[in-house]
Design a protein around this ligand. Structure first.
Ligand code: ZN
Length: 132
């Protein structure tokens, strides 16, 4: 095989493995009275993160309190769809997407009291902030 041809083959196979489709499902948001219910189970499943960790992040970011009921987070207060989606994107950027290679194929690992991101695509490993 010619070198050029080989190189092309490597490049094209690389392209397909890196082109993982990452389209997190939209969350259902319902407002009733002074409460906002966000259905998180599908999203947590898709991004492969503990639902409680995601819920904790949202409560912290929205400076609200809430409780989990099944796969739903019930927040005290009314929060709009745009704001919630913005916070979810923030979570994904911080805790899912690899800072080094931008791959979503990562794992959240807890060691002692600290969280780390381990990237399955490039092997990067770095600490991420703890949600207070
Ligand atoms: Zn990576």
């Amino acid at each position: 095989m010619e070198y050029d041809e080989l190189l092309r083959k490597i490049m094209s196979s690389k392209k397909t493995t890196n082109g993982i489709r990452f389209t997190p499902p939209a969350v259902d948001i319902e407002q009733s009275g002074q409460r906002t219910t966000i259905t998180l189970d599908k999203l947590a499943n898709y991004i492969n993160r503990p639902i409680d960790h995601l819920a904790k992040y949202l409560m912290h970011e929205l400076t609200s309190s809430g409780q989990m009921e099944g796969g739903k987070l019930i927040l005290a207060g009314r929060f709009g769809r745009n704001l919630i989606n913005e916070k979810i994107n923030g979570y994904i950027n911080e805790y899912v997407i690899c800072k080094q290679c931008k791959s979503p194929d990562t794992q959240l690992v807890k060691e002692e009291k600290n969280y780390f991101i381990k990237c399955m695509a490039c092997g990067a490993e770095y600490p991420v902030g703890r949600i207070k």
